[in-house]
Write a protein of this length. Structure first.
Length: 521
């Protein structure tokens, strides 16, 4: 693939038209230890969110923290907010008003984005070890990394996001009607009060919403901020001063859109909580919330469990017969596209184009479903036709436009790879549900029985030279013992003759194929 030119293919136009007819459902499954929310669009699972009582997400929470370490070389500081690991705060995420904020007053009127000179300021001029400051979590702890923090605070509601330290009004770019954008900007600007300054972002869900509803939303956010600010004044670091909504209510706030026709909740208590929340804050949603009393689990009814299991596989089958191979590593995610069994009907170029086109749609869905983020490298099948290359890249961008997470597709690399990024704030589905394999220690592979046999031969030689024993006992997995006594029996006999000692074997059911012990007896 070569760098793209501006071109909107017919296939992408059809995709865009299909988006306008999307119908969706929110399915909420609640058990005492875990809550799961599935977003299903046109019968296909698009997103799965999981929250466990033992490990709730922290994105959106506000803390009064204490600076533990300042690292000039990284232009960052580690802040104790009461979690298991210290959280990370970069200099570019520190608002100039944070010192005033930490002392309990909010006089800042600076923008939500970093000041022009903030990126040039040294971290040592911004914070000191032992200092207390108010921070918000923007990224959950992921892997070995602690939470990511900012002092640019924001408090979201259904229609608006309130920025206590910001100024002005911004409108979501997904609201395209210029008259509606002007109405919302004028209305919200008129609602803001000089007694409580701050910036406001109008969310996509606010399109077409009445003046009264937006006014009530803003007043709620301003009252909430007053309460948070008062807690900031009295809290002793490290302490949480504001916690974001639980998953059930957060789903109504963030995932419910005009295309969502129904919300089904399988817990009576959570259903009532959702109804109360909707009645108070988003009354137009109330009529679409239903309680599911069925004996069959709701995720089984919709086939969600099977889709979750598939989302943990490396390999994703395409309808054409091709497939994707998705590998998630610490540094990046790689996606390889293969034709597989698909051979087409006319020529190889047609086969490749159809496979790549289907793969582009599948990749966009898989990124969203698996919640993969960071750097993503896609290796599409090489195409000779420049127009085909442009269409595939454009179709990927159009498919990614549906994703609520911010995505950026870069120019094609010199090696023909598509490089992109996707904003990640929470752990991927795999990291939430899985842990490193105890057999291979997370490598994804393990030594063959043959390799382990030869390691055992070398260990036998070491033990025979070091200890004057009558015999040697080998403890190993059944597969390894079987190979030693079968395929390696000739080598084993030669080794026994060489060391002049008998070698005995004991299969161990709990040993992996790589584990063994050689014991002098």
């Amino acid at each position: 693939m070569r760098p793209r030119a501006c071109c909107v293919p017919l296939e992408s136009n059809r995709l865009a038209e299909s988006l306008s007819t999307t119908s969706a459902e929110l399915l909420i499954n609640v058990t005492p230890p875990e809550t799961r929310v599935a977003l299903v669009e046109n019968g296909v699972l698009q997103e799965i969110h999981i929250e466990r009582t033992s490990k709730r997400g922290r994105v959106g929470n506000i803390y009064r923290g204490r600076v533990q370490r300042v690292l000039p070389g990284m232009q960052a500081a580690f802040v104790d907010i009461g979690l298991e690991r210290a959280a990370f705060l970069h200099a570019s995420d520190i608002h100039r008003s944070h010192l005033v904020m930490a002392n309990g007053t909010d006089t800042a009127t600076g923008p939500h984005e970093p000041d022009d000179d903030e990126e040039d300021r040294d971290i040592t001029a911004l914070v000191t070890e032992g200092q207390s400051l108010v921070v918000q979590v923007v990224k959950d702890p992921i892997g070995s990394k602690g939470a990511r923090l900012t002092t640019h605070l924001s408090i979201p509601s259904r229609y608006l996001v309130y920025l206590p330290q910001g100024h002005g009004v911004g409108v979501s770019q997904k609201i395209e009607d210029e008259d509606e954008r002007a109405r919302l900007r004028s209305l919200v600007a008129g609602l803001a009060t000089s007694e409580q300054p701050g910036g406001i972002i109008v969310r996509t869900a606010a399109e077409g919403v009445s003046d009264d509803a937006l006014g009530a939303d803003l007043r709620f956010l301003q009252r909430l901020w007053v309460a948070v600010r008062e807690r900031c004044q009295t809290a002793t670091a490290p302490a949480r001063v504001h916690e974001d909504l639980p998953l059930v209510l957060r789903a109504l706030r963030d995932l419910f859109g005009p295309q969502v026709e129904q919300v089904r909740v399988d817990s009576r208590e959570s259903f009532q909580r959702a109804v109360d929340f909707a009645t108070r804050f988003i009354p137009e949603v109330r009529a679409r919330i239903d309680y599911y009393p069925g004996e069959r689990p709701i995720f089984d009814l919709y086939g969600i469990e099977d889709e979750i299991h598939k989302a943990l596989d490396r390999r994703v089958e395409l309808k054409s017969g091709g497939h994707l191979v998705i590998d998630q590593t610490e540094a990046m995610t790689t996606i390889d596209v293969n034709t597989g069994a698909f051979v087409g009907h006319r020529n190889l170029e047609e086969t490749i184009f159809k496979t790549n086109f289907e793969a582009a749609q599948a990749i966009a869905r898989q990124l969203r479903l698996r919640n993969l983020g960071g750097i993503i490298i896609i290796d599409f099948i090489d195409m000779a036709d420049p127009e085909h290359r442009r269409q595939i890249l454009r179709s990927l961008e159009r498919a990614l436009a549906r994703d609520p997470a911010r995505c950026h597709v870069s120019a094609v690399s010199a090696l023909g790879l598509v490089e992109m990024t996707r904003k990640r704030t929470r752990e991927s589905l795999e990291r939430v549900l899985c842990e490193p394999c105890p057999t291979c220690a997370g490598r994804g592979t393990m030594k063959t029985a043959e390799s382990t046999c030869y390691e055992i031969f070398r260990e036998i030689l070491r033990e025979a030279r070091q200890y004057d024993a009558d015999a040697l006992l080998v403890l190993a997995a059944q597969a390894v013992v079987d190979r030693l006594l079968d395929e390696e029996s000739n080598h084993l006999a030669e080794l026994e003759a060489f060391i002049g000692k008998p070698i005995r074997f004991q299969p161990e059911a709990l040993y992996t194929q790589e584990q063994y012990d050689v014991v002098p007896i």
